[in-house]
Design a protein around this ligand. Sequence first.
Ligand code: PAN
Ligand code: ZN
Length: 199
Amino acid sequence: MTHPIDRPFSFGLAASSPLLERYDNHLTRRLASMAGYYLDSEAYTAQLAQENSLVYEVYEIRRPEQAGELLSGLSILHPGKVGTEYFMTKGHFHAVLETGEIYHCLNGRGALVMETPEGEWAVEALHPGQVLYVPPRWAHRSVNTDPTEDLVTFFVYPGHAGHDYGTIEKFGFRKLLVEQDGQPILLDNPRWHPPETRR
Ligand code: PAN
Ligand code: ZN
C-alpha cells in the first residue's frame, strides 16, 4: 500500500502570516549560535550581552534526505546588524557539492552571497518575485539589507545535498555586506584566504 507521504501534496505559500500552511520542523538561529561569524567581534559580544536576538528562522517541509527527493521550506531572516554588518544566515556548501538550489524571494530586500571552493564569488539581489538559481558547487548565504522588513525566501534543493558549514564558519565568505551612509556596500573579508593558502 502506498504511504500517504508518497502521495502528491500541496501547501499554501504567502509572504504574510501564516507563511506556510503546513511544515514539519521549525528551526531558530539566535545571535549566540553565531559566534565568530560577524567581522566585528567586539560589537558581537556587546550586542549579545544586551540581547540574544532571533536572527533567522527556517520552516522545513520534511522529506527523506535521499536522491530523487526535494527538500523545501521557508527562510525568514530578520532585520538587524552586528556593528555595520547586516544580519545574515550562517551560509554553507552542500555536503554533496554537485547539488544546486532555487531561492524564491517573497518579501523584503537583500542578497545571496555565493562562492565556489576555488574562490570565485557572486552577489545577487533578492527582492519579492525574484527567483535565484544557485548552481552546484556554490556556497550560499542570505543577507537582509532592509532596515525594517523580514527577508523571506522559499527554497528547494535535492534531498541528498546535506550541509557543510565548516569552511564558511572558519573563513567566512570572500565578500561581506555592510551598511555605509545608510546603503549596503560590499567589503573584502579580511578573514578570507585563497583556498590554496589554507591549512
Ligand atoms: C536553506 C538554508 C537556510 C538557513 O534552507 O539552510 O536559509 O541557512 P543556513 O543553513 O546557512 O543556516 C538552504 O540553503 N538549504 O540548503
Ligand atoms: Zn543550501
